[in-house]
Design a protein around this ligand. Structure first.
Ligand SMILES: NC(=O)c1ccc[n+]([C@@H]2O[C@H](COP(=O)([O-])OP(=O)(O)OC[C@H]3O[C@@H](n4cnc5c(N)ncnc54)[C@H](OP(=O)(O)O)[C@@H]3O)[C@@H](O)[C@H]2O)c1
Length: 371
């Protein structure tokens, strides 16, 4: 048996930020960062193989979300991770040393490193069918969509539900389409022409003509190119049960109300503030518009629910995602780019942050830390 604990070094490589700011100004790769060896009873230490970048990472790095993340510097960022457990606390029940895991260590970060420490509840066994790069691409984006469709939507999305997904080519949108289709929902989405190939890669047949829709063809997706058409006008009165918004901005809500059935729900993971510019004025404006929409969702004749969903990570959800959706082949991650931290250095991380911030990623952005 491999003695993992005996092989753990004292120091490791990690990306560290010295302050809030732009990646090139505040982020460096350090070689002498202490490995977080001290574990509380419920914590595990994971030797990291791969991590993935999410928009929350640059929102946290630039300080726009500093009211939820009061870091002391230097700070190691990163939340999504896949790797191997090399040490466990005395009361860890769910894992053994040597288990391969995937997970999300949350806003306190720490995964852009050779080793990351976290509570066992932040992790679950890695899907056997995925490589480490693929596994690191799943937790945050897939679980967010899973919870929106199956926990927040009421009734949960299931066979026959009519679901519209704003932003079908986004990481969260790509997972949402697959999750909804796999339970038998009828799905339509917005996606630009340049990204149709991502949906085709998942095996979907794209149609942009409503008359061509064949009701019992589960592989068929009705797609609206958001650059040329407004989905609210295109699908006006079509009685959708749920609009799941992975794009944000007020227009998504305005368009959604035209296509939702009475009592249908608009679930957004972004809200109006797509850049997360958390000035006091912005927070006040966003807060009052949410209260306003919630008020009208109760008192207007249409009763359209307005739900702002924020991921609340649970190991049970990650287990269900693995067992029910990934290992059965119903859901898979689409990856835009994999860079290698050992070969490409910190430039790799800068490029991944820039791509994510551009809003033009075509799937998940992955950084390999070790083979
Ligand atoms: N609340 C939560 O817990 C939570 C969790 C995860 C993510 N989020 C948020 O959800 C958002 C999406 O995250 P993500 O990782 O899925 O994003 P992402 O993968 O970076 O999204 C990029 C994709 O969005 C598409 N897109 C951009 N504008 C669009 C529009 N107006 N209509 C349709 N598609 C559009 C782009 O396609 P084109 O190239 O065609 O423009 C691109 O393919 C981010 O704001 C993120 O912070 C929130």
């Amino acid at each position: 048996m491999i003695d993992y604990t005996g092989n753990i070094p004292t120091f490791m490589k990690a990306a560290q930020q010295s302050d809030y700011g732009e990646p090139r100004n505040v982020l460096t790769l350090r070689e002498n960062v202490p490995v977080p060896r001290e574990l509380s009873s419920k914590q595990i230490l994971v030797q990291v193989n791969s991590v993935s970048i999410n928009p929350i990472d640059w929102k946290l790095l630039n300080g726009n979300l500093s009211f939820v993340s009061r870091y002391t510097f230097p700070h190691t960022p990163g939340s999504d991770v896949a790797g191997v457990i090399v040490d466990i606390g005395s009361e860890v029940k769910r894992f053994l040393i040597g288990d391969k895991v995937y997970g999300n260590v949350g806003v306190n970060g720490g995964s852009y490193a050779e080793y990351v420490r976290g509570d066992e509840s932040m992790f679950a066994l890695k899907p056997k069918s995925l490589t480490m790069d693929e596994a690191a691409a799943v937790p945050l984006a897939c679980e967010t969509s899973y919870q929106a469709l199956f926990n927040k939507a009421s009734p949960p999305v299931s066979t026959g539900s009519r679901v519209f997904i704003c932003g079908g080519s986004s990481a969260t949108g790509l997972f949402a389409i697959q999750l909804a289709v796999s339970v038998g929902a009828k799905v339509a989405t917005t996606c630009s022409q340049r990204n149709f190939s991502l949906l085709e890669k998942l095996g979907y047949k794209i149609t942009q003509v409503q008359e061509e829709i064949i009701n019992d063809d589960q592989r068929q997706l009705f797609v609206i190119d958001y650059n040329t058409k407004d989905f609210g006008e295109e699908l006006k009165g079509k009685e959708y049960d749920v609009v799941f918004d992975c794009v944000g901005g007020e227009q998504q809500w305005i368009s959604a109300q035209k296509i939702l059935k009475q009592g249908g729900q608009f679930i957004t993971i972004v809200g109006d503030d797509t850049k997360t510019e958390m000035s006091l004025k912005n927070i006040a404006t966003v807060g009052s518009s949410i209260i306003n929409r919630k008020f009208w969702s109760v008192f207007s004749s249409e009763h359209h629910g307005y739900i702002m969903h924020v991921l609340s990570q649970t190991p049970e959800d990650l287990d269900d995602i693995r067992i029910t959706y990934i290992e059965t082949g119903k859901v898979k991650p689409i990856i835009d780019t994999v860079y290698d931290l050992q070969k490409d250095g910190v430039e790799a991380l800068y490029s991944l942050y820039e791509k994510s911030k551009s809003g033009k990623a075509q799937g998940k952005l992955v950084l390999k830390i070790a083979d």
